[in-house]
Every structure is written in structure tokens, then in C-alpha cells.
Design a binder for this molecule. Structure first.
Ligand code: BMA
Length: 327
């Protein structure tokens, strides 16, 4: 990757492992004419800049995903029309709604996963490849990965032992009051199996912020210490769910093996744009830009189901913190 990832140094006096961008939120709720809110969105390096897939709920509060482009990954031009899918490994393009996209580049193409409405939420998959156009505009929808109900489908950025690998969170058709992270494998992005449990929720007394449900957030980052996964954890409070972000390290060759996992959260709703919005108290990571050489990561998260924020950290410090403060 040649482009510089967005970055700000840790503010003076801050002792936290991760810190927020001072100009947050970087995307506002009304940034396209039809939107009610823009949040839980994913970004990737693209050409000499960046591209992204954005969750824009419209003013009828219908959920859909939109492509967007940026030179610096901070200022975004989001298309005013949602992504229109063509047939990929199937002609079955059923989708009642689309939300919470993730994007990753594997081998020769960008892959998008999202929560796809098909008799309830499940995991949709599409790609933009370099066969016809490498434009981040023409997307080919594939078979849903799983039966409903499932959410938070996150692909690994490379095949593991010759197979595609995806994290997901089996759920229900509502505001799921449970949820653990599983991994599944596929030889072809169509048929998924070898489902294994990766991480479960924690006992309340051990780490309450992740005691109700957890879900994969950003595409895992390959480090020498394992796959670094940013994930969300939820506690059910007397005022409803509160979503925070933690990190885990997964074994490089067998990612269903957890090496370490943060007992404290790395980022929890605290600023006004995280505690106030359509759904108060939500920090929901969906993407991360990183540079191993520069030891930097920028995590993109939905804030209060309304806007998009960015938080920064040093990869080596996050890895050290995860190992040193593991459950
Ligand atoms: C989840 C999803 C997310 C949302 C979160 C908090 O179930 O709907 O899109 O951010 O709840 O409301």
C-alpha cells in the first residue's frame, strides 16, 4: 500500500491504548441527500486513495449499502444511489435490506460481506473483480453464506489452509440478546462448513462490557503475534444495550484458537456522538486501515447508529495490551 493511512498522534496526557480522531465524526448523518444516518461502514485502500461501502439508512429508515471514494480516507464522497448487484455465483439476488458491510481484498478482488435480509438477517457476499472492471462500482452478488439468522460476517484477508475463512455471529430475528463468534470455511465462497466456535461472551463478573453478545468487527490484521481482531462486545443495561470495542489475537494457522482477548475494552461510548443518536451508546467497529511498517492502525466505527468515527492506535501497543490484559 503506497498511500498514507489517516493518523494523529496520541493526545498529550492521554494514557489510553486507543484514542479518537479530533475531528470526529468524519461522516455526518445527512451526508447524502436521502440519508437519515450513515454508520457501521467499511473502508479499504483503492487505487491511489480509498474506497468504502457505507451503510446509509434513508429517511424511510430503510437500510442499504452505498459505495464511496476518498483521497485521504477522512473526507468521503458517497454515491447517492445504492449499490446495484449483478449475479455472481448465483442468479438469486434476493435482498430485502442490506446493512453493516465489511470489505476485504483477497487475491484478485474486493469482497463485500453484509447483513442481508432473506427471511431475516443472514450474511450476504459480493465481489468487485478485475476481470471486467476494477472500479468498485460493479458488484456481483453470491449465494448467502449461511441460513438465517446470522450477523457480523467478516472475511479473513487471505485463505487459511487453502480455504476462505469467515467469522460470523449466529443470532435471532430481533435485537438478539445473545451471541458468540464462530468461524466457517469455504473452498469456493459458495459452500460454507467446518463451523467452529471461536469466542463466547464473558461471565458478568469477569468483563461485563462483553457479557451479553460479541461480534467480529474489522477484517482481522495479520501480525507476527496472530490475527488481530477488533470486535464489539455488548452489555444489557437497565437502559438497553451498550456496545464497546475490544481486541483479540487469534492463532494464524487455526484462528478458532484464541491466544488472548482484552478484559478491559479499548473504546466505549463516551463522547456526545457515541452516547447520543438514533441508538445511544454504540461504538461498532467495521473496518481498520493499517500499516505494519509504520506500526499504525485507524479503526472505523459506527457511533450511536448515526455517524462514523475513527480511532487510532499503535499495533504493537494494542498487541501488548491484549496479551497483558487478557481474560
Ligand atoms: C445490531 C445491528 C447494528 C447496530 C447495533 C446497535 O443488532 O443492528 O447495525 O449498530 O445493533 O443498534
Amino acid at each position: 500500500m503506497s498511500q498514507k493511512i489517516p493518523w494523529q498522534e496520541r493526545p498529550a496526557g492521554c494514557t489510553d491504548v486507543m484514542w479518537r480522531y479530533s475531528e470526529n465524526p468524519i461522516i455526518g448523518r445527512y451526508d447524502i441527500p436521502t440519508s437519515n444516518s450513515i454508520f457501521n461502514s467499511a473502508v479499504v485502500p483503492f487505487g491511489d486513495g480509498y474506497a468504502g461501502v457505507f451503510r446509509c439508512d434513508n429517511k424511510a429508515v430503510q437500510m442499504n449499502i452505498f459505495a464511496g471514494f476518498s483521497k485521504d480516507a477522512i473526507h468521503w464522497e458517497i454515491n447517492h444511489e445504492p449499490i446495484v448487484m449483478k449475479g455472481g455465483n448465483t442468479d438469486f439476488l434476493h435482498s430485502e435490506y442490506k446493512y453493516d458491510p465489511r470489505v476485504t481484498f483477497i487475491e484478485d478482488r474486493y469482497w463485500v460481506t453484509w447483513c442481508n435480509g432473506y427471511c431475516g438477517p443472514t450474511i450476504g457476499i459480493a465481489y468487485n473483480d478485475d476481470h471486467y472492471t476494477f472500479d468498485f462500482k460493479e458488484f456481483f452478488q453470491c449465494e448467502n453464506a449461511f441460513l438465517p439468522f446470522n450477523r457480523n460476517g467478516v472475511l479473513f484477508p487471505e485463505k487459511i489452509n487453502g480455504k476462505y475463512a469467515m467469522l460470523s455471529r449466529p443470532s435471532d430475528n430481533g435485537h438478539t440478546p445473545f451471541g458468540d463468534i464462530f468461524i466457517s470455511y469455504s473452498p469456493d465462497m459458495k459452500y460454507w462448513g467446518e463451523h467452529r466456535c471461536v469466542m463466547k461472551v464473558t461471565p458478568f463478573i469477569d468483563s461485563a462490557w462483553q457479557c451479553t453478545k460479541i461480534g467480529a468487527g474489522a477484517v482481522p490484521i495479520k501480525t507476527k503475534d496472530g490475527w488481530l481482531l477488533f470486535y464489539h462486545g455488548v452489555i444489557n443495561t437497565c437502559n438497553g444495550f451498550r456496545y464497546s470495542m475490544g481486541a483479540a489475537l487469534l492463532d494464524l494457522n487455526n484462528p478458532s484458537k484464541v491466544i488472548a482477548r482484552t478484559q478491559p475494552y479499548l473504546l466505549a461510548p463516551a463522547t456526545l456522538y457515541e452516547t447520543t443518536g438514533d441508538v445511544p451508546n454504540v461504538v461498532f467497529p467495521c473496518a481498520a486501515l493499517h500499516s505494519i511498517e509504520e506500526d499504525k492502525v485507524a479503526v472505523y466505527y459506527g457511533a450511536a447508529d448515526t455517524v462514523v468515527g475513527v480511532a487510532f492506535g499503535r499495533i504493537s501497543e494494542i498487541v501488548k495490551f491484549t496479551k497483558g490484559n487478557s481474560l
